[in-house]
Design a protein around this ligand. Sequence first.
Ligand code: NAP
Ligand code: ZN
Length: 349
Amino acid sequence: MYNTKAYAAVSATSPLSSTTIDRRDLTEHDVQIEILFCGVCHSDLHSVRNEWGGTVYPIVPGHEIVGRVTEVGSAVTKYKPGDLAAIGCMVDSDLTCPHCKVGLEQFCQNVILTYNSPDKHLGGVTYGGYSNSIVADERFVLRVPDNLDLAGVAPLLCAGITTYSPLRHWGVTEGKKVGVVGLGGLGHMAVKFAHAFGAHVVVFTTSPDKTEDALRLGADEVVVSRNAEEMQKHAGSFDFILDTVSAKHDINAYLNLLRLDGNITLVGAPEKPLDVAAFSLIMARRSLSGSSIGGIAETQEMLDFCGKHNITADVEVVPIQKVNEAYERLLKSDVKYRFVIDMASLKSE
Ligand code: NAP
Ligand code: ZN
């Protein structure tokens, strides 16, 4: 066991602050990574403030982790000290269940998330990436393409895979009309991917000042969702809509934009339930689904795709001392388009 610096919250109403946590000594399959950058996901905020229930304190959030390998266990084959490496939302699963066997570890009943999951090595719960060092099984460590800006890579580990996976699953390709609801961390990655897959992309935003950015990121059209008339123009026309909104909103307004057999997939996870009017679904055999991150193999596929197509997140790099401020700005939809913590700032605490 060794110590590393971290930022933790001790209750749902406390700010994150500096602390020291334990990390395990390496077992044979483990990789130790010095964390260079960690993205700030809205899920970190939901968890820190216990909006979904089940948060164990202290919590060290962070599941968009990139860094450099510092040490490897004796049986590790994929990594050596000095390599770039990344960790996303999961650090373990049972690897034997039907989901794990087909590369859908995120749906394993025994999945261990990067933070706030039972830690079978040290007891207590797992601690995430708002820290200087982490240890994980090499099967949950990802290779990072070496041509990409590292700060911009970090958000790919959650915002990237969470949008890439459902866009692939629902067959988003050239000729499809695709909506992205909410232009935040997830939303801006969805726009980049849907555009790269050749779709006609329409962004729905509550922030009119994001219009120009949306077009620059790859949107073909932008709709200010509070304008009912503009919304109505798109009624019954979408093949697929990805909803990334983090707070309660009217999903029927979007269901009604789907064509026959169209699908809307929720990746946003608001604290409060959404109301669905039966007729929004019934009238055009529409469907409403959800999606959770993506499996390890698909996450690697996504990173390799990003390397090939030069895709990274648009980031605002902040020192860890500004993380509480970043949370307040997230709540105001004031993020362009992902906060990423430069973990060097924690070393000087
Ligand atoms: P984010 O950066 O805060 O973006 C959310 C965006 O939603 C905002 O920028 C805003 O976009 C829009 N929005 C916020 N409040 C709204 C409201 N009251 N009404 C309408 N639109 C609103 O958050 P994120 O990190 O992208 O995460 C988004 C959600 O996905 C969170 O709930 C998060 O927990 C969840 N998530 C799920 C998964 C998964 O596996 N399913 C993975 C990661 C995150 P505009 O300004 O454009 O309107
Ligand atoms: Zn996340």
